[in-house]
Design a binder for this molecule. Structure first.
Ligand code: GLN
Length: 197
């Protein structure tokens, strides 16, 4: 299998490394590549969208002609996508007034509303061990200017909460994480993602 990592901005190399390691650990043959061009997107079986700055990533996806292809492959072909932090924001249908003000075009693939920078300035970055549905021990989670998922509806299922706010959700072939599973060394969420491919 080949997994693409949207490589336009944000923690791209961390994603490439985490995916490659998760594949290796799971005994799956394949590779992870950064995706910046449509030809590259055509060749991947699944995609991760890194953390970074969601407005910037969105604008670059449009500019590079990747935006509509991602939406098409996720819907018509049910291609698995995992978005972390900024990537999670882009997967959402609604990202509130901050997205409207910055004219951030969302991929809008998951039935959820997110709040960008939900944890405020005092808690710009923090780490927490959270309970995740389906995992028998807590997941060490790194939050960096993280969003929270305010609401999930339809087929979107919350899988973890931090202080009553949803921080991990899944909808069929799509996974959104408000935190950064690619940074903590714990690849259990990546394993779920690879199992979708
Ligand atoms: N706060 C960023 C945004 O709104 C996301 C932060 C991150 O991806 N680490 O896009």
């Amino acid at each position: 299998m080949r997994v693409g990592v949207i490589g336009v901005q944000g923690d791209v190399s961390e994603h490439v490394e985490a995916v490659a390691r998760a594949m290796h650990d799971a005994g799956k043959a394949g590779d992870a590549i950064a995706v910046r061009r449509r030809e590259e997107l055509d060749r991947v079986d699944a995609l991760t969208i890194p953390g970074g700055e969601s407005t910037t990533i969105s604008k670059l996806l449009v500019k590079l002609g990747l935006f509509d292809d991602i939406v098409r492959r996720a819907t018509a072909e049910a291609m698995p996508i995992m978005g972390t932090c900024a990537g999670c924001i882009l997967l959402a249908k609604d990202a509130g007034i901050q997205a409207d003000k910055t004219k951030t075009k969302l991929l809008g693939l998951m039935d959820m509303a997110v709040d960008r920078n939900a944890f405020g300035r005092q808690r710009e970055s923090f780490e927490a061990d959270i309970e995740v549905e389906g995992l028998d021990t807590p997941f060490h989670s790194i939050f960096i200017r993280a969003p929270a998922i305010l609401r999930a509806w339809g087929d979107c299922t919350p899988l973890a909460r931090y202080k009553d706010r949803i921080v991990l959700a899944r909808q069929n072939n799509l996974i959104g994480a408000a935190f950064h599973p690619e940074l903590s060394g714990d690849l259990r969420i990546h394993r779920w993602f690879l199992d979708l491919v």
